[in-house]
Design a binder for this molecule. Structure first.
Ligand code: SF4
Length: 288
């Protein structure tokens, strides 16, 4: 997408604080998005956020909201679209804060109370420490995979250039199936790249969720932590398959390194399944 490319190039523009009128309009638009017929509540909580490949975009509020914003940016000159993008982020954040403040006020909660803020800070620190203890082995394995995967992806371009050259030659000679091979390689690379950071993020969320559920005695309900663990496990499964496919193509130069990574990822899969034994059975709204 044009505007995402420019954002990556660092063309950040100034953003203004939204007016109360703009915030109320955004809150109304968010409510309209959420009230559209056919939507599946909570579908975005356990997806992989890969909207381009999602079969349920028509039933997702998050997608609907993003489409609305994209439509407003489409056709605008680059700088204007960039400015709109950053302003939208400020607007979304401020609208959510405004909604929370209104709800809290209705319930008689003063969010600015120093006592409440100190208590929230203490509770957050306690939660984070408990999650760090509970998930330390898993976090270590997930972050090791992320770093090793990142390194390997950085090393692949030379091998990719060689493969591209070989496929061009096949195409010229009319041998093999160069188009299908190129597509399969692209897909495999897309998969490992998409999930490289996602796995660790979702496993962290799962561990934190499990700690919260224990503290709040919510273990008997369908567990949000299992939902996060399930999508992390699915991402691991897909990454395993994709790395295996890449290994077939890059065996000569990177076969051993990819094998090491596959072993690392397989260990991570087992560790995640041990920590979240019910995760695979979790029913994700809309998907399962
Ligand atoms: S459910 Fe699908 S459309 Fe919605 S955020 Fe997730 S991937 Fe995107």
């Amino acid at each position: 997408m044009k505007d995402s490319k420019n954002r990556k190039q660092g063309k950040r523009t100034r953003s203004r604080s939204p007016s109360a009128k703009a915030l109320d309009a955004e809150i109304a638009a968010l409510r309209r998005d959420a009230a559209a017929p056919g939507l599946i509540a909570g579908i975005h909580n356990y997806c992989d956020r890969w909207c381009e490949r999602c079969p349920l975009t028509a039933r997702c509020t998050v997608f609907r909201t993003e489409e609305r914003r994209q439509a407003a940016r489409d056709g605008a000159p680059d700088d204007t679209a960039n400015e709109q993008f950053w302003n939208e982020l400020v607007l979304s954040f401020s609208a959510v804060v405004r909604m929370i403040r209104r709800d809290a006020k209705k319930r008689g909660i003063d969010l600015d109370s120093p006592e409440l803020q100190a208590e929230t800070e203490r509770a957050d620190q306690k939660r984070r420490r408990a999650a760090a203890r509970s998930g330390s082995a898993l976090f270590k394995a997930a972050s090791a995979y992320r770093k090793a995967g990142h390194e390997l992806l950085r090393a692949l371009p030379t091998a990719l250039a060689d493969t591209e050259q070989a496929l061009v030659t096949e195409s010229r000679l009319g041998i093999g199936r160069p188009d299908a091979t190129a597509a399969a390689l692209r897909d495999a690379l897309d998969v490992v790249q998409w999930y490289l950071f996602f796995i660790e993020v979702k496993l962290r969320r799962a561990v934190q969720g499990a700690v919260d559920e224990r503290q709040l005695h919510l273990e008997d309900l369908p567990r949000d932590s299992d939902g996060s663990a399930k999508i992390a496990l699915m991402a691991i499964d897909r990454s395993l398959a994709a790395w295996a496919r890449l290994r077939e193509h890059f065996a000569a130069e990177h076969g051993d390194a990819i094998l090491d990574l596959l072993v690392q990822l397989e260990r991570l899969r087992r560790a995640a399944e041990t920590k979240f034994p019910a995760a695979r059975e979790f029913k994700r709204p809309g998907f399962d």
